[in-house]
Design a protein around this ligand. Structure first.
Ligand code: AKB
Length: 315
């Protein structure tokens, strides 16, 4: 039976990943952990541990206590937050990652962590960004992500740790809002459309970025972790995406359901600069070829589902 420790379990991805993994492998097989405790379903539904990922000893002890065979390391500061506090971002994003990799090495665990489209920079080819290409990001988040990708490859080649990972695009979800990311606009827009009938976007019209609906992202994690290692030429940082969109396209799709919806623009120069340094669209063909990556949702089906699900929670 699998036993998985998830860090950052109360974050945007973690909170839904816990539910997905508990459905796949059983409630007790998945240990949720986070630096904060919250009285929510994640905490109530199965094992939970308070964990500061920068504390290596604590992480080691928790992994041992629950006899886990896998770590899914999700705890991280996102791009805009990391730009506000670059030293903290280095401490948390790199310190947490190296601790999680060390625990995996010492206890011989399988390991997953997400990289991001933020690992690319302004010199990277902007369209259909290849799997293997120039990566010179200009943000602290991007620096953390590239260093993290390399570190995960290193732990595999040097210590034979079964490290795996993807480069996530912006993830759209209705359970836990993201916080401090550049692609957050693409989540906020749905909440605000239902609450107020309008949204003020901090990202300018015409700014294309890759996005993916959360159920597809969670399935990608499970599929990659279960993939036969013999088929993996890459192990970490697979490009994955479902769509390349700009704010007007999301607004147009929302208007099909809420015709009075209005989009206003008040561009935040910091987050706009981050978005401008990222690709317009990435090429996921390596993930498709090596472990069968696929998605179910496009912009149309995602928008319909987001509005339906959110309606029951926020109105
Ligand atoms: C962010 O915007 O920082 C994240 C990401 C694309 O990694 N959503």
């Amino acid at each position: 039976m699998k036993r998985i420790l998830v860090t950052g379990a109360l974050g945007q991805i973690g909170s839904e990943l816990i539910t997905k993994l508990r459905k796949e492998y059983g409630t007790d097989a998945v240990v949720a952990s986070d630096i904060r405790s919250m009285d929510n379903e994640v905490v109530n539904g199965g094992p939970f541990e308070l964990l500061d990922v920068t504390d290596a000893e604590q992480m080691n002890a928790i992994a041992k206590k629950h006899n886990v065979d896998t770590i899914m390391h999700m705890a991280a500061l996102l791009s805009a937050k990391a730009e506000e506090a670059p030293q903290l971002a280095w401490h948390l994003n790199m310190g947490g990652l190296v601790n999680a990799l060390e625990v995996s090495r010492e206890q011989n665990l399988q390991f997953f962590t997400p990289s991001s489209i933020g690992s690319f920079g302004p010199d990277t080819p902007k369209m259909e960004t290849p799997q293997d290409t120039l990566q010179r990001p200009t943000t602290m988040y991007g620096v953390n992500k590239v260093a993290g990708e390399l570190l995960c490859d290193y732990y595999h080649s040097r210590f034979n740790v079964d490290t795996r990972g993807v480069r996530f695009p912006g993830l759209i979800s209705y359970v836990t809002p993201p916080g401090g990311g550049t692609t957050d606009y693409a989540v906020e827009i749905y909440y605000e459309a239902l609450k107020n009938g309008q949204y003020t976007s901090f990202i300018d019209k015409g700014t294309f970025m890759d996005m993916m609906y959360m159920p597809d992202a969670l399935q990608a994690i499970v599929d990659l972790m279960e993939a036969d290692p013999a088929g993996l030429k890459h192990r970490n940082a697979f490009n994955v995406t479902a769509m390349s969109v700009e704010p007007e396209q999301i607004a147009t799709e929302i208007k099909k359901h809420i015709p009075s919806f209005e989009m206003i623009y008040k561009v935040d120069p910091v987050r706009q600069a981050i978005a401008d340094s990222w690709p317009n669209s990435i090429d996921a063909s390596a993930a498709k070829a090596e472990w069968g990556f696929k998605t179910k949702h496009d912009l149309t089906s995602m928008t319909k589902d987001m509005l339906t699900k959110l309606k029951t929670t926020i109105t």
